[in-house]
Design a protein around this ligand. Structure first.
Ligand code: BES
Ligand code: MN
Ligand code: ZN
Length: 523
């Protein structure tokens, strides 16, 4: 999909459709919507008076213009109450309007810069949000639909499954051109900057969605490593991929304990971006859980809904995708992206409940439940990142079902040992429209994971399941500044909502990129 900024008068632009907007309760539209209303001899005002247009969030009214003005149709998109207007409103409104246009079979449209006029929003933020809303909202995963245009993917036979994610096609079919029309030259320049950034961010979020949506027979640890290698190649990053033998040798007993049950070779993927080579201490480590399928292992999960566990590598996917954007946008900070990729399978060599494994840190772990595998692979990855010299860690993991009980699908959870870093993560989430809520890590939770036979055990009972998991990770982050994101409730959407569609959400890819950019400015 091509999104561009053009200077001109919206009422004169010759396009099949123009998107304008209206706040809830406004009787006389101002700005660009007002100009369109006047050119249409008050058609919008009249529909407001008649109660057909209310400006409610999500509402879309289509007016045919019959040659009166340049655009053949005007879509009036409701923005909701002006008090609750944010960048996410722009993303959601744009997504809904673009999907409606696609359903109508319209391939080319124009839009006004939502928020950049009366809304008082920075035009760059508006441009970014429009690009993100359009691209993410139109996304579809159809790699295996053999009847449609995009389809014909057969796993393992060189179909789209082996082409790699992030391709333009499926996400943009239908609506191909979107022009943001703006009179003012300065605003237009700033909008264009935002569009550029938003395009990069939404493209990488789509890359993460694709990886989550791919079935586990395609998105193996090996495939994830291949994608990471492609990212490294395209963006000039360093890459290192450790295999089972190397990790065994390095003493990653916690990670290898999980990998034992699977015939798929595990991979520890390490991507490195050097944005501040003269200041090695100015760094950030992004550590992703990459369980390409979580059966639970010997502590086998029930069958119902187990297919969603193909997305248990969503944290890792967001890390690889974020590294691509970081390589592209070049913040002044050094970033290590690490993915601990393996299946969690109940094979003949699988670890058993009661087994004791020795982590790379030297700490021994009693494996009470083989389904608490994420924290095991992350324990070794966190320790390895620290050994590499990373001094600021953010891990991202679909770690616990308990976070879904606590927070539902409305936000991700965050815990950490450094309030400043936690606050920065939350702030980046807020500006990206990927909400994050903090949970506590009290010392009390440590007692729940005390073992009778080893230094620590991998589960802490039913109480505070997300927090005992967080506390477990804390024992491996130790004194290093660290924040942990539990995305088990947000990596996947079972309905179309705003700019989310069914399937992988790409969360928290855009947040991670925003964090790297903001940290790069602070140092
Ligand atoms: N990958 C799961 C957590 C999960 C659940 C992710 C639902 C996405 C949606 C994780 O590995 C897991 O199985 N956690 C267990 C931990 C328990 C055994 C202590 C859980 O949450 O039940
Ligand atoms: Mn599990
Ligand atoms: Zn898992």
């Amino acid at each position: 999909m091509d999104i561009k900024v053009v200077r001109g008068d919206v009422t004169k632009t010759k396009v099949p459709a123009l998107i304008v907007n209206l706040f809830d309760g406004v009787k006389e539209p101002g700005g660009a919507t007002g100009a369109v209303d006047r050119a249409l001899d008050g058609a919008i005002t009249q529909l407001i008076d008649e109660g057909e247009i209310k400006g409610k969030k999500g509402e879309i009214t289509i007016i045919h213009t019959f040659g009166k003005i340049g655009p053949s149709r005007v879509l009036v998109a409701g923005l909701g109450k002006s008090e609750s207007f944010t960048r996410d409103t722009v993303r959601e409104t744009t997504a809904a309007a673009c999907r409606r246009l696609r359903r109508l079979g319209i391939s080319e449209a124009a839009t006004i810069a939502h928020g950049a006029g009366v809304g008082g929003m920075d035009p760059a933020d508006s441009g970014q949000a429009i690009a993100e809303g359009a691209t993410l909202g139109l996304y579809r995963f159809r790699n295996y639909m053999t009847s449609g245009e995009d389809g014909a993917g057969v796993p393992g036979s060189g179909g789209p499954g082996s082409e790699g994610p992030g391709s333009e096609g499926p996400g943009s079919e239908g609506l191909k051109d979107l022009s943001i029309v703006e009179q003012d030259q300065e605003k237009a320049a700033s909008l264009a900057e935002g569009v550029e950034k938003g395009s990069v961010l939404s493209q990488v979020a789509i890359m993460a969605r694709d990886m989550v949506n791919e079935p586990a027979n395609v998105m193996t640890p090996t495939r994830m490593a291949e994608i990471a290698a492609q990212v490294a190649d395209e963006e000039g990053l360093d890459i290192k991929v450790l295999d089972r033998e190397q990790m065994d040798e390095m003493g990653m007993g916690a990670f290898m304990g999980v990998a034992r049950g699977s015939d798929q070779p595990p991979k520890l993927i390490v991507l490195e971006y050097r944005g501040d080579p003269d200041n090695p201490s100015n760094n950030l480590g992004l550590i992703g859980k990459g369980i390409t399928f979580d059966t639970g292992g010997i502590s086998l999960k029930p069958a119902g809904g187990m297919e969603d566990m193909k997305g248990d590598m969503a944290g890792g996917a967001s890390v690889i995708a974020a590294m691509k954007a970081i390589g592209r946008l070049k913040p002044r900070i050094n970033v290590v992206g690490m993915v601990a990729a393996t299946e969690n399978m109940p094979g003949g060599s699988a670890q058993r409940p009661g087994d004791v494994v020795k982590s790379m840190s030297g700490k021994t772990i009693e494996v009470i439940n083989t389904d608490a595998e994420g924290r095991l692979v992350l324990a070794d990855a966190l320790y390895y990142a620290r050994q590499m010299g990373v001094t600021r860690l953010v891990d991202i993991a679909t770690l616990t079902g308990a976070i879904v009980v606590a927070l539902g699908h409305a936000c991700s959870g965050v815990m950490g040992n450094d309030q400043e870093l936690v606050d920065q993560v939350i702030e980046s989430g807020a500006s990206s429209g990927e909400r994050i809520w903090q949970l506590p890590l009290y010392d009390d939770y440590r007692e729940q994971i005390r073992s009778n036979v080893a230094d620590i055990k991998n589960t802490g009972g039913r109480a505070a399941g997300s927090l005992t998991a967080g506390q477990f990770l804390a024992e491996f982050a130790e004194e290093t500044s660290w924040a942990h994101l539990d995305i088990a409730g947000t990596y996947f959407s079972d309905k179309e909502k705003g700019y989310l569609v069914k399937g992988g959400t790409g969360v928290p890819t855009r947040t991670l990129v925003d964090l790297a950019i903001k940290l790069g400015r602070r140092e």
